[in-house]
Write a protein of this length. Structure first.
Length: 212
């Protein structure tokens, strides 16, 4: 059976998925047809939407005419699963659209790549670049000229001052602050509430005020 051209599947059925369901519902330009999550029982529901099985169902759903996928798993320190699901979906020829909540503020000159997710209350200032799969969570503030790498995950309430670079797959915990011009390396982890005043090396974990 053919599905509507704007049908979208969510990969993941936890808290992040609930936030995306609200985002997609308020946008109104995609129709959620179901959720794939190996931890949820087939035939149950999440916020009124069907759980259709695990990720192995993706090829069948594609063959039924579904074109769009959203990576709906969250992240706690490690973004590898999000990246893996993103790449798998691309290999199966799904499109992974950027999803921006209607109550986010996106300035002119912001570059948004495939699979980026920007939640309610986020503010993205001019000449910022968001690479594929990056997540800008609820209430995040990203000032001018920032560079957010692919699959980077900014938790709720993060503040980036101007000219900050966040490397691929980096994780920034809730409420962390990064001052202007700092570079956060790829795969780095910044703990919740940290204040980052100097560059963070690739793969490093920093915490505290100032972060070390």
């Amino acid at each position: 059976m053919n599905k509507p051209l704007n049908s979208i599947i969510l990969l993941g059925g936890g808290g992040h998925a609930k936030v995306l369901i609200d985002l997609i519902t308020q946008r109104g330009d995609y129709e959620i047809v179901g959720i794939l999550d190996p931890e949820l029982k087939f035939g149950t529901y999440l916020k009124g939407f069907d759980v259709l099985g695990a990720d192995e169902e993706l090829p069948k759903l594609r063959d039924q005419g579904i074109q769009y996928v959203a990576v709906a798993v969250g992240s706690i320190k490690c973004t590898l699963l999000r990246k893996t699901l993103f790449n798998r979906s691309q290999e199966l020829d799904f499109q992974i659209p950027a999803l921006i909540h209607p109550r986010a503020i996106i300035s002119a000159g912001v570059e948004v790549s495939d699979g980026v997710q920007i939640m309610a209350g986020a503010i993205i200032q001019t000449d910022t670049t968001l690479r594929e799969g990056a997540v800008i969570n609820t209430g995040v503030q990203v000032d001018h000229d920032c560079r957010i790498g692919s699959h980077a995950f900014l938790s709720p309430g993060v503040i980036l001052s101007g000219g900050v670079t966040v490397g691929n797959n980096a994780f920034i915990g809730a409420g962390a602050v990064v001052i202007q011009g700092v570079k956060v390396g790829k795969n780095a982890v910044i703990a919740a509430g940290a204040v980052v005043v100097q560059d963070v090396e690739d793969g490093a974990l920093v915490k505290g005020v100032p972060a070390r």
